[in-house]
Design a protein around this ligand. Structure first.
Ligand code: BGC
Length: 798
């Protein structure tokens, strides 16, 4: 039996006042009852009174969107290019406008131009999620969110279908670029900051894809199989933190099954865990056509029954009606779903007839996007190669990616931006560049580019394989000549990825292509012979191999995909105009095969149709650095790692407060440490706290990230004292035997460290006298499917 008790909701008195005599008035801000708190309880009460006045047919229209290409009911001002809608209602009593949902997460994905309209509606293309997380700066991410939210509001959209919060379980997931990290704390905190920023504008966010959508291959039916502890500690926890710290308007359930059942049809996941345990009060929507709605007429009702309130893009009204007729869906359940939806709808700009300007401050946002890009780029290697003292230095830039620069990935995580600054342009804006090389690569690109139509209405894009240096006299001559005439070489390597497909562990994707490897080798030989440095810029969607070639070059800047100003942001960092402070939120392993999930990715084909059906999360909680540190496995670059043009020293790490024994589940640990800029230029440092916890009943990873903070910009010689608070609920592990989150007793080591490599860090300790039960959970939730037990998972090891 579960000892779990649903959270009590605080109902303000004002709700009761406001409810008296309600019809379906829109949110009237002139209704200034002094004590009115317009929280979800307030809107819920109003939603209940609206639902009481609706016919079943009207309610079904709300629970199922209009369908792809369908006409939304009571839509007032359409916005071209949105991904979906929530239908409205219009009759003599109710006038609820339809509301508009648009992707995310790269920014607001709407059409940049419209038929028969000379206006432009471009949105800012922000850096990809992985780059934003590498800033480790929740204040900056909240600012980014605020700007994204302004575009949503001023372009007439209501809810953003972002941020993407799946865990980067394996480097080859095609959508990793949209996601933040392999670590749930980083995912949760960065996600919460984004949600808070966007929603500060009075528009909504949708944290997605809840949960276990960690690959794209056969994504519509893949079955993610894992133990409840694995799911709770790794794959659900980021969502839990975001709900706890930001209470988003919406959650989008994922395409996949978890332990045998579509996530959006699992009541334990969508209602018991999300609402009852975590206190989520928003609406839950399906991913587009998820849950096999196209082939299974009963799926839509199964989703509503699970607590997945809204079917997107919809078109499921008839199926839902049939399920009501057969008794598989009750009016009471439908009412509950529609109340959840209308609770959020009332907060939206469309509902409140907001007159949008179509004129967000794109200039200010461009500046912020460029800043964010520079703050998240990670300097992986620097053997006295960087910075390149601007202007006076002459740069030889190699690689077709300087022309075919990627601002972001493809699919729904793409944005119709007004422009993309290529790396070639960015370098030319800052340095004296070798124009013969630029011309060579421009012409090569034009002659060899390959068009990809793009998916899901995203704009098309081009890729171009790297030029060969073998039997290529023109390029060989350019390498030889530029090694004599220029001061430094920059080699650009690019990787595109997107929704609907996973990446490959092969040459040209995870590995360098033969042409890229040869280019690095030849350029390095020529420039090193002249005692000149060689820097590689990685304009990539995520992890690629670095181990096999990193020692051939003097500097590596992991630029990820920096949004519309990618080229300028790269030049900002290479020149030292911005001192890099990004750190990895994902491990760069020594080899792909070292990643524990490489053995199971992207799953096994159990029915012989050539597509994987089941994917076993064998490695359990040992994902990313949790695995590499626990099993003492060398990596190319560890999680949390990143260099700066200055140096930082860590001192005086101390536990300053421990209320765990006194306050139990409400207790916390406080640590402080002083970070000093011991180098010669100004810079920022992201400090991380890893905990090594005692193992009483539960085995645990050797270290786990439990807090992080970034200093402000410290001038050379100056210092900042950082404070880290770790609440019991963040410290806790999930104990399957008692179905509870617990903090085990014993001595804990805390490492305040510049990265997850804590080998040189002296830990401080604190103790917990007796086990703390932080919270109980739903009995039997996420149980393994029939025929699967603990022995079905191959245990990871060295
Ligand atoms: C994606 C979602 C996206 C939705 C609407 C789906 O294919 O998985 O992330 O929000 O489409 O575009």
């Amino acid at each position: 039996m579960s000892d779990f008790k649903p959270r009590l909701k605080i109902v303000s008195m004002a709700v009761l006042v406001a409810m008296a005599g309600i019809t379906a008035c829109n949110d009237d801000s002139s209704d200034k009852t002094a004590t009115t708190v317009k929280d979800d309880n307030y809107y819920k009460s109003l939603a209940e009174s609206m639902v009481a006045q609706m016919t079943t047919s009207e309610k079904l229209d709300i629970a199922s969107g209009p369908g792809m290409g369908g006409t939304p009911i009571n839509l007032e001002n359409n916005v071209s290019g949105v991904a979906g809608y929530i239908n409205g209602v219009k009759n003599d009593k109710l006038d609820i406008p339809a509301i508009k949902l648009a992707d995310g997460p790269a920014g607001l994905r709407i059409s940049g131009t419209r038929d028969g309209d000379s206006g432009t509606y471009y949105a800012t293309a922000w850096p990809i999620g992985s780059l934003l997380a590498s800033t480790w700066d929740t204040t900056l991410i909240e600012q980014v969110g605020k700007a994204v939210g302004e575009e949503i509001k001023e372009y007439g959209v209501d809810i953003l279908l972002a941020p993407g919060m799946n865990i980067q379980r394996n480097p080859l997931n095609g959508r990793n670029f949209e996601y933040y990290s392999e670590d749930p704390l980083v995912t949760g905190r960065i996600g919460a900051a984004m949600v808070n920023g966007v929603e500060s504008n009075g528009v909504g966010t949708t944290i997605k894809h809840y949960f276990g959508n960690n690959s794209e291959t056969n994504r519509n039916s893949i079955n993610s199989i894992g133990e409840p502890r694995t799911f709770r500690e790794i794959y659900l926890r980021g969502f839990q933190i975001a709900v706890d710290e930001a209470q988003p308007w919406a959650v989008m359930t994922s395409y996949n099954k978890a332990n045998g059942t579509y996530v959006n049809q699992r009541r334990d996941t969508v209602t018991s865990i999300l609402r009852d345990e975590w206190g989520f009060s928003g609406l839950v929507m399906s991913d587009w056509f998820a849950g096999n709605v196209r082939n299974d007429a009963s799926s839509a009702a199964a989703q509503l029954n699970a607590g997945n309130d809204l079917i997107e893009p919809g078109g499921q009204k008839d199926n839902l009606q049939a399920s009501m007729d057969s008794g598989d869906l009750t009016e009471a359940q439908l009412n509950e779903n529609v109340v959840h939806i209308l609770t959020q709808v009332q907060k939206s700009p469309s509902y409140n007839h907001y007159v949008f300007s179509n004129n967000p401050d794109l200039n200010a946002h461009a500046v912020l996007a460029r800043t964010a890009a520079t703050e998240g780029m990670v300097l992986l290697r620097n053997e006295s190669a960087l910075p390149i003292a601007a202007a006076s230095q002459k740069v030889a830039s190699f690689g077709v990616n300087q022309i075919a620069t990627y601002k972001g990935g493809t699919g729904s995580g793409d944005v119709n931006a007004a422009y993309t600054v290529s790396i070639a342009q960015g370098l030319a804006n800052k340095f004296t560049v070798n124009t013969d090389l630029e011309t060579y690569y421009s012409e090569f690109y034009e002659a060899n580019k390959v068009y990809h139509a793009g998916q899901f209405g995203a704009a098309g894009y081009y890729t171009c394989a790297e030029a060969s240096v073998t039997d290529n006299q023109a390029l060989t001559d350019l390498i030889t000549a530029s090694a004599l005439s220029e001061d430094v070489a920059v080699i650009n390597i690019g990787r595109q990825a997107g929704e609907g497909a996973d990446r490959a562990s092969t040459e040209g994707d995870y590995l360098l292509s033969a042409n890229e490897a040869a280019l690095i080798e030849k350029v390095a030989a020529a420039f090193h012979a002249q005692d000149k440095k060689v820097v590689v810029v990685l304009n990539v969607n995520g992890v690629i191999d670095t181990n096999s070639w990193k020692n051939e070059v003097d500097g590596i800047l992991l630029a990820y995909m920096g949004g519309q100003d990618t080229g300028n942001a790269i030049a900002d960092v290479l020149s030292g105009d911005v001192n890099p402070s990004g750190k990895l939120a994902q491990t760069f392993p020594a080899s792909y095969n070292d990643v524990p999930s490489s053995a199971t990715f992207p799953g096994v084909d159990t029915d012989g149709d050539g597509k994987p059906n089941d994917i076993y999360y064998n490695e359990g909680i040992y994902v990313g650095y949790r695995y590499f540190s626990s099993f003492d496995k060398a990596v190319s670059y560890p999680f949390g790692y990143g260099l700066s043009y200055t140096d930082f020293s860590y001192a005086n790490a101390a536990v300053t407060d421990n209320t765990l024994d006194a306050k139990g589940a409400a207790g916390s640990i406080t640590l402080t440490a002083t970070i000093t800029n011991s180098g010669s230029v100004a810079g920022k440092e992201a400090a991380q706290v890893y905990i090594s916890a005692p193992e009483v009943k539960l085995k645990k990873p050797t270290i786990e990230l439990k807090a992080f903070a970034k200093t402000s910009e410290l001038s050379a010689g100056s210092a900042e004292k950082l404070t880290f608070t770790i609440p019991a609920k963040i410290l806790a592990s999930f104990d399957p035997s008692s179905n509870a989150w617990i903090v085990e007793p014993g001595t804990y080591k805390a490492y305040v460290s510049p990265s997850s490599d804590v080998s040189d860090v002296a830990p401080v300790t604190f103790t917990v006298a007796k086990e703390i039960r932080v919270s109980g959970t739903t009995a039997g939730a996420l149980a393994l499917p029939d025929g699967v037990d603990a022995a079905s998972f191959t245990t990871v090891s060295e």
